[in-house]
Design a protein around this ligand. Structure first.
Ligand code: ADP
Ligand code: MG
Length: 226
């Protein structure tokens, strides 16, 4: 589904964020990218979301070179990817329901679909009773669950999460990881970037380890050794 072919990213000032990175992610996999802060995890994700371009090499989504897509094809690709970030990125003046409805409207979904899917997706993340709350009325863990519901409501093929547990305590972090597992079990490919060793070791799925932008380990057994 995703294929990195000898990808390097050098930022101005000779900062090597990614160095000659090659790997593939197959449909249905749950892959974690781990490494210390500054090892290149966010840069790797930006390459897939086309928020930044590689200095060398190519990034493919299925058979398409992401960085060669035109202005019509790129939005189509982005709709196939759901994303979740450390800081939740919810709209503060909208309710939980409206935050998710907004994303569905942008994707051209009908009012009927919105009315039936929003409660359903919130049920899936365990927030069926928070439809009319505002983000400020929710805990960090609940906010992240809204963000996850929003990321999956349009049924993306790939869910990307960049440090989704960075602002959460260990208990809430574990809940979030269990939700990702559930989403993966129903067929969505998941790519999780984190520097949190604890959550990775309990996950038992494939782990890619980055060090100074290099892929130093690709462990199918899912242990984070640094
Ligand atoms: P991580 O997400 O693993 O913490 P990043 O991908 O954010 O790592 O960063 C990798 C390296 O690239 C770091 O040295 C960081 O300082 C540098 N970097 C990231 N973004 C930029 C940028 N826009 N300009 C310059 N350097 C950057
Ligand atoms: Mg990062």
């Amino acid at each position: 589904m995703i294929y990195f072919d000898k990808v390097s990213k050098v930022y101005p000032g000779d900062v090597v964020a990614l160095a000659d990175l090659s790997f593939a992610i197959e449909p249905g996999e749950f892959v974690s990218v781990v490494g210390h802060s500054g090892s290149g995890k966010t840069t790797l994700i930006k390459m897939i979301l086309a928020e930044d371009v590689p200095s060398m090499g190519q990034v493919f989504f299925e058979s398409s070179d992401i960085h060669k897509l035109n202005h019509k094809e790129l939005p189509k690709l982005r709709r196939r990817i759901g994303s979740v970030f450390q800081d939740f990125r919810l709209l503060p003046n909208k309710t939980v329901y409206e935050n998710i409805a907004f994303t569905m409207e942008a994707a051209g979904r009908t009012d009927e679909e919105i009315a039936s899917d929003v409660p359903h997706v919130l049920e899936l993340v365990g927030l069926g009773n928070k439809l009319w709350s505002f983000p400020r009325e929710l805990s960090g863990g609940e906010r992240q669950r809204v963000a996850i519901a929003r990321a999956i409501v349009n049924q993306p093929d790939l869910l990307i999460a960049d440090e989704p547990t960075g602002n959460l305590d260990p208990l809430n972090a574990n809940d979030i990881i269990q939700i990702f597992k559930k989403i993966n079990d129903i067929g969505t490919t998941v790519l999780l970037a984190t520097h949190d060793k604890g959550i990775i070791d309990s996950l038992g799925r494939r782990v890619l380890t980055l060090e100074n932008g290099r892929l130093i380990r690709d462990n199918k057994q899912g242990r984070y050794v640094l």
